[in-house]
Design a protein around this ligand. Structure first.
Ligand code: ADP
Ligand code: K
Ligand code: ZN
Length: 433
C-alpha cells in the first residue's frame, strides 16, 4: 500500500533533517549555477551559508512565473545541456509558455512521485492503466506514464483525441485504472452513453484525475457515470509535473512528496509566511532536483496545508484540494469567487449537466456575470415554465451561497464546448478592452 514506506511514513524529525540537508545543497548549487538566483540572493543579502535548515527557508527570495519568462528558454537550468535528457513546456493556460528540463535522475524522481500516487490509489502490477492525459510537451501523459511503468502496471499510452476509439479500447483492453482531466472523464462518459456502451462493459475501478480544479460534487458525478473511485492528483510543470501531491484512501487532502518539494503557504499580497492550516498561496521549493530546481516558487494556487495524523499512515504533509488559481479568481463587484464555487452550487442543485461557462463583462463600470449552464436532455424536453423555475433556483442559490447576483442562461445540451484537456471555465470580456 506504500511505494516507499521510509519516505512516505518518516517521522517529522527524519523528514526535517532530510529536507534541511537537501535544501542547503540545492541552494549552494543554484547560487553557483543560476545567475538569477545569485543576483536575487546577493540583493537580499543571503548567502548559501545562511541556509542551514528548513527554518531558514523564509530568508530566500521568491521565484515568479515572470522570472521563468524573462530567462526563457534555458536561463533557469542548473546543469549543462548535456545532462538534460527531456524538455517539457507548460500548456500555456495563462500566457506565454515556459520550458523546463529534466536530467535522468529527475525523470526517476518524477516517476517515483507518480508511483507513490498510483500505489496510494490502490494500483499493483496486475493493473492496466489507460493514460489519456496528453503526451507531448504537456507533462500529464509522460509523467503518469513513467510512474505507472515504474510501479509495474501495464500502461496503455492512449494520449488525447479520438474519443470513440478510446472507448473501444476501454471496453476491449479492460484497463482497471484511467487518468485524464476530470473534464475529459465526463466527456468520455457522455460519449459512451451516445455509443450505447454501459459502464458495466468496462473494468475501470479507479480514476486518477487532476491538472485542473474540480469539486467534490464533480467527483460524485464522475464516479457515478464511470463506475469507479475517483482520486485527485496535483502538480505543475514548473515543479515537476503531476505527482507533486496525491490523494490517499482517506481522501481528505493530498499528501505532498515533501522529501522532494517543501511547501509553504503565504499571504499573496505581503509575502508573509502563514501558519499551517491557514488558506494562502502555495509556494514550493524543489530540494531534490538537478535540471530545474526552483526556490520558493509562487504557484498562484490558493490552498491550505494540513499536518495531521492520516489514517493511511503516511506522515507527508497534506494540501486541501486547491480552489483554483489566483489568476482564475473572479472579482465580481468586489466579491471574490472561484469558478469551482459556482460549480459546487450548480451540481448541488441537480437538473443541470456538469457543463458550464462563466461570462464576465463590464457595463457602465459595473462587473456583470453570466452563468451559462447546460440543462440535461431530460430537462430540455420539459416545459418552459419549469425551465424558468430552474433558472430562478440557480440564481437564488448563487446569490445566497456566494453573495453575488448573476444572469443565468440555460443552454441546450452540447452547447458548451467539450475538451480533451483542461476546461475553459471563464470568458472574461473585460480583458478584451
Ligand atoms: P498550465 O500552467 O499551462 O495550465 P500545468 O499543467 O503546469 O500548465 O498546470 C498546473 C496547474 O494546474 C496548477 O498550478 C493548478 O492550478 C492546476 N492543477 C493541477 N492539478 C490540480 C488539481 N488536482 N486540482 C486543482 N488544480 C490543479
Ligand atoms: K542532452
Ligand atoms: Zn493519507
Amino acid at each position: 500500500m506504500y511505494w516507499n514506506e521510509s519516505m512516505e511514513c518518516a517521522t517529522l524529525n527524519e523528514m526535517r533533517a532530510l529536507q534541511s540537508f537537501r535544501l542547503s545543497q540545492t541552494v549552494r548549487r543554484v547560487y553557483e549555477r543560476v545567475p538569477l538566483y545569485r543576483k536575487r540572493m546577493d540583493e537580499a543579502g543571503v548567502s548559501p551559508a545562511d541556509i542551514r535548515s528548513v527554518d531558514d527557508l523564509h530568508k530566500l527570495p521568491f521565484t515568479y512565473k515572470q522570472d521563468l519568462r524573462d530567462t526563457y528558454p534555458y536561463g533557469m537550468f542548473a546543469v549543462p545541456m548535456s545532462e538534460i535528457v527531456r524538455l517539457h513546456a507548460s500548456s500555456g493556460t495563462t500566457g506565454k509558455q515556459i520550458v523546463v528540463g529534466y536530467t535522468r535522475k529527475d525523470l526517476d524522481t518524477w516517476a517515483e512521485c507518480c508511483a507513490r500516487a498510483l500505489t496510494a490509489a490502490g494500483a499493483t502490477k496486475e493493473d492496466i492503466i489507460h493514460v489519456s492525459y496528453g503526451y507531448g510537451l504537456f507533462t500529464g501523459g509522460l509523467g503518469v506514464h513513467g510512474g505507472a511503468e515504474k510501479a509495474g502496471m501495464t500502461v496503455v499510452p492512449v494520449s488525447v483525441g479520438n474519443t470513440k476509439r478510446q472507448i473501444n479500447i476501454l471496453r476491449d483492453f479492460k484497463p482497471t485504472f484511467i487518468c485524464c482531466t476530470p473534464s475529459y472523464a465526463l466527456f468520455l462518459a457522455e460519449t459512451m452513453a451516445e455509443m450505447g456502451i454501459d459502464k458495466s462493459e468496462l473494468a475501470l475501478k479507479v480514476g486518477i484525475f487532476g491538472a485542473e480544479p474540480w469539486t467534490e460534487e464533480m467527483r460524485k458525478e464522475i464516479e457515478a457515470k464511470l463506475g469507479l473511485k475517483a482520486m485527485d492528483i496535483y502538480g505543475l510543470t514548473e515543479i515537476i509535473g503531476p505527482g507533486v501531491a496525491f490523494e490517499c484512501q482517506e481522501q481528505s487532502g493530498m499528501h505532498i512528496n515533501e522529501d522532494n518539494f517543501i511547501a509553504e503557504t503565504i499571504d499573496p499580497d505581503t509575502g508573509e509566511v502563514l501558519p499551517i492550516g491557514t488558506q494562502g498561496e502555495i509556494v514550493f521549493t524543489c530540494i531534490n532536483k538537478q535540471g530545474f530546481p526552483l526556490l520558493r516558487y509562487r504557484t498562484r494556487d490558493i490552498g491550505v496545508l494540513v499536518r495531521e495524523k492520516c489514517s493511511c499512515g503516511r506522515t507527508l504533509i497534506k494540501m486541501k484540494k486547491p480552489a483554483g488559481r489566483s489568476d482564475d479568481m473572479l472579482i465580481i463587484r468586489g466579491v471574490n469567487v472561484f469558478p469551482s464555487q459556482i460549480e459546487s452550487v450548480l451540481l448541488q442543485l441537480g437538473n443541470t449537466a456538469p457543463y458550464y461557462q462563466l461570462i464576465v463583462g463590464r457595463v457602465n463600470n459595473t462587473d456583470t456575470l453570466e452563468i451559462q449552464v447546460e440543462i440535461t436532455p431530460e430537462m430540455f424536453s420539459d416545459t418552459v415554465r419549469s425551465l424558468e423555475e430552474q433558472s430562478r433556483n440557480i440564481k437564488q442559490a448563487v446569490e445566497s451561497t456566494l453573495g453575488i447576483s448573476a444572469k443565468i442562461t440555460l443552454v441546450e445540451p452540447k452547447t458548451i464546448p467539450r475538451v480533451e484537456g483542461k476546461a475553459v471555465r471563464v470568458v472574461d470580456t473585460r480583458k478584451l478592452h
